[in-house]
Ligand binder design. Structure first.
Ligand SMILES: Cc1cc2nc3c(=O)[nH]c(=O)nc-3n(C[C@H](O)[C@H](O)[C@H](O)COP(=O)(O)OP(=O)(O)OC[C@H]3O[C@@H](n4cnc5c(N)ncnc54)[C@H](O)[C@@H]3O)c2cc1C
Length: 466
């Protein structure tokens, strides 16, 4: 008798999940069947809900994930959240192994007074809102003030600053939601500051993204040349440690600093060496910093010099972090599922049958492509462990679908996602946009069609409904 394929559940359908699926489905011995379980009706995680709408080329990676989704041994179980609709114990009943690819769903906090005042927002919620994530559509961003401050200088901060600084004409033909475009069209912002606590050499943004800030239709980019005077350790980071991006960034920033203002309607200012101390709803107190430490390990140290800047809208972009899933170990400090090369561990010992990939494995770092070798490493270990994994007692996709149906969960298949996708593309065509996203789960379920296109009626918790 041919042994049955190994049954693997992947929780999450972002790049981590798709690269893990691709690697698993390429295995011949053992053969693998993959069920990808995704909380939202739409796949692709941050490629759909994070990558900026004005960066459409980045999203072409989806074509690769679609190839994986076409594999005969792949199934997509969309609109199904692990921890809400299915417990981890239940997954173990149906699958020989589970790979968590749930990403980093929340933000790190600044830890300053006033952080939760009206007018203070996280990059996570702003980005998810303008990209049409259904869970963030109730957020209200008040852009009726003159000045916004973005805290952080990574590529997400650059996205936030750029979207705030762009004109509606620059965004109109992107897949930004119509609702977000309407709010941005009413923006009264005149100045956007993107503030970093260390210097230009230590900033996390990459040169391509930085350069784009100098090419905005109606916003002048402003850099203070004094921030570009490098200390010895920063020069060593460029010249001895060969930080190539830092060298390019400094060159770009020098070119920005040398520019005359062109008198555009907005200014995008990039101050360095400042940390937020307090948000007061309409102004932000910043402390000036100096760098201290060896090349490669320089830290920002407060100088005690304070500066108060006008700020009616504060965007905190200091990193994403994962959230726990009930029944799976979680490292609160790092915001990840603890693991050794992708094998989930608890108190240092592997938890048989549980694996992890992507941002929930290593934290929010790297680009989309970084998740490929990361997933390969995990899959290599999973396949090596396969002979010793406890076999699932009910290794059947039908059994999972029956359980979900009994709970009133309207599972979205990949074919149904395609119907949603086609409907979005058709909606966008009229406005010259690549798509007009549905921002409401029930609308997505209606567009998905199928035997029960009515909005779902489901109970609230795992095991809580009959
Ligand atoms: C704002 C932003 C912009 C970015 N722009 C770029 C860019 O331009 N270029 C680039 O290369 N990289 C970019 N990145 C980085 C890139 O998006 C990440 O490297 C990548 O998405 C991480 O993949 P992941 O699979 O770990 O997580 P994600 O992409 O976040 O996917 C996680 C998925 O898991 C699902 N999920 C979570 N919990 C559950 C659950 N309990 N049950 C079921 N499903 C669940 C989520 O709904 C989501 O679909 C950007 C990141 C951000 C935040």
């Amino acid at each position: 008798m041919t042994p049955r394929p190994l049954r693997v559940a992947i929780v999450g359908s972002g790049p981590g999940g798709f690269y893990a699926a691709e690697a698993l489905l390429a295995s011949e011995a053992p053969r693998v069947e993959v069920d990808m379980i995704e909380a939202l009706p739409a796949p692709f995680g941050l490629v759909r809900y994070g990558v900026a709408p004005d960066h459409p080329k980045i999203k072409t990676i989806i074509a690769r994930y679609e190839k994986t989704a076409e594999h005969a041994s792949f199934a997509f179980l969309g609109n199904t959240e692990v921890g809400r609709d299915l417990s981890v114990d239940e997954l173990r009943r149906f699958y020989d192994a589970v790979v968590f690819a749930s990403g980093a769903q929340t933000d790190r906090r600044l830890g300053i007074p006033g952080e939760d005042l009206p007018g203070s927002y996280t990059a996570t919620e702003f980005v998810a809102w303008y990209n049409g994530h259904p869970a963030y559509q109730d957020r209200v961003f008040d852009l009726s003030c003159d000045c916004a401050v973005v805290i952080g200088q990574g590529n997400v901060a650059v996205d936030v600053a750029r979207i705030l600084a762009k004109t509606t004409d620059e965004l109109a033909q992107t897949d930004i939601t119509a609702q977000a475009l309407d709010v941005l069209a009413e923006s009264k912002l005149r100045e956007i500051r993107m503030v970093g606590r260390r210097g230009p050499v230590q900033a996390a943004f990459t040169p391509v993204e930085l350069k784009e800030l100098g090419e905005l239709a109606d916003a002048d980019v402003v850099v203070d040349a004094r921030d570009l005077e490098l200390n010895d350790a920063s020069r060593a980071e460029i010249e001895v440690l060969k930080w190539r991006d830092a060298r390019k960034n400094v060159d770009i920033l020098r070119e920005f600093a040398a520019r005359e203002l062109a008198g555009k309607s907005r200014r995008l200012v990039i101050p360095f060496f400042r940390s937020p101390k307090e948000f007061r709803g309409h102004e932000l107190v910043l402390e000036h910093n100096a760098l201290s430490g060896e090349a490669g390990a320089q830290k920002a140290v407060g100088t005690g010099v304070l500066e108060t800047v006008a700020c009616g809208a504060l965007f905190r972009s200091v990193g994403y972090r994962g959230i726990p899933i009930a029944g799976v170990p979680f490292d609160e400090r790092a915001g990840i599922i603890p693991n050794v090369e992708g094998r989930v561990v608890q108190n240092g010992a592997p938890v048989a049958g549980l694996y992890v990939v992507g941002w929930i494995k290593r934290g929010p770092s790297g680009v989309i492509g970084t998740n490929k070798p990361d997933a390969s490493e995990t899959v290599k270990h999973l396949l090596a462990d396969a002979p010793s994994l406890a076999a699932a007692p009910e290794p059947s996709r039908e059994a999972v679908l029956e359980l979900l149906a009994s709970r009133g969960v309207r599972v979205v298949s990949y074919a149904q996602w395609r119907a949603i996708d086609a409907a979005e593309v058709a909606r966008g065509a009229a406005a010259g946009k690549p798509r007009e996203k549905f921002v409401d789960v029930d609308e997505m379920l209606s567009a998905a069609g199928g035997p029960n296109a009515a909005p779902q009626k489901r109970g609230p918790t795992v095991g809580g409904c009959k």
